[in-house]
Ligand binder design. Structure first.
Ligand code: DGL
Length: 266
């Protein structure tokens, strides 16, 4: 098999990475994509760094065993805590979502503007976004806020229920009107964009990593001569538990027809 014909591997703790998958699919229609959702162990954001690292390495090794040509870590928590270690075990390029998310925010923010980073507790505690934003020439003021209930709400399919608005108000009402840009620093959060935007008000631009991460992946493939343009790409979905539920929510929340979802338990 030619290197360019090999699939791209993508993973997240659950459904959230599908927001990245969707962008990737629309940008790279010729690629075979293998998505892994660690539904048995979601959420990652409340787990220890050691646990997230161990899960991430396990999944990466599994996807690498499928002879992928690129690995996209479609999870901010795993990107914050495990990217360097995954790169050590990977013979193929490994991309995360923190850098693309930070770059999107910097594009959207005015000079000296205020950026509010939202994410899981693990991502916020790692300060990965603050570091990525501080590396830029454009200086912005950064505040980080963990929103730990957002992931379970999304995994429950409760993205537009009153409970989602109550949680968003609890976490974000103190920042209303005070941020120029809000980063959805968790791949689950774009599914809550409506309620988050309602709480933050019209002044705040909301950005996420999905589009920028997909563009980065395409750029990486182009620069390595690995782009597959020849045909219509296939999508394969694998989870660590409850495939029917994953399939149902992928369709309900994102309009993705996952078809037959395989199970891989660790
Ligand atoms: N969607 C993931 C992220 O981007 C993980 C959320 C979780 O499992 O807590 O951080």
């Amino acid at each position: 098999m030619k290197d360019s014909d090999r699939p791209i591997g993508i993973f997240d703790s659950g459904l959230g990475g599908l927001t990245v998958f969707k962008e990737l699919r629309s940008l790279l229609p010729g690629e075979d994509l293998i998505y892994f959702g660690d539904t048995a162990r979601v959420p990652y954001g409340t787990k220890s760094a050691e646990a997230v690292l161990a899960f991430s390495k396990e999944i990466s090794a599994f996807l690498l065993g499928k002879k992928i040509k690129l690995l996209l870590v479609a999870c901010n928590t795993a990107s914050s805590l495990a990217l360097d270690e995954i790169r050590k075990i990977s013979p193929v390029p490994v991309l995360g979502v923190i850098k693309p998310g930070a770059e999107s925010a910097l594009k959207a923010a005015p000079w000296g503007g205020t950026v509010l980073v939202t994410g899981t507790s693990a991502t916020v505690n790692s300060r990965a976004y603050s570091r990525a934003l501080a590396g830029s020439e454009k200086k912005v003021r950064v505040t980080e806020k963990a929103c730990p209930l957002f992931v379970p709400l999304v995994e429950e399919g409760w993205c537009t229920k009153p409970a989602a608005l109550i949680a968003a108000r609890e976490y974000l009402a103190p920042f209303r009107g005070k941020a120029d840009v809000l980063i959805l620093g968790c791949t689950h959060y774009p599914l809550l964009k409506k309620v988050i935007s309602r709480v933050m008000g019209p002044r705040t631009k909301i950005v996420d990593s999905a589009r920028a991460a997909a563009l980065g992946a395409r750029q990486e493939l182009v620069s390595r001569g690995l782009l597959n343009r020849s045909r219509r790409g296939r999508s394969e979905f694998i989870v660590s538990d409850a495939p029917a539920r994953f399939s149902e929510l992928a369709y309900k929340l994102l309009g993705i027809r996952a078809g037959k979802v395989a199970v891989k338990r660790f």
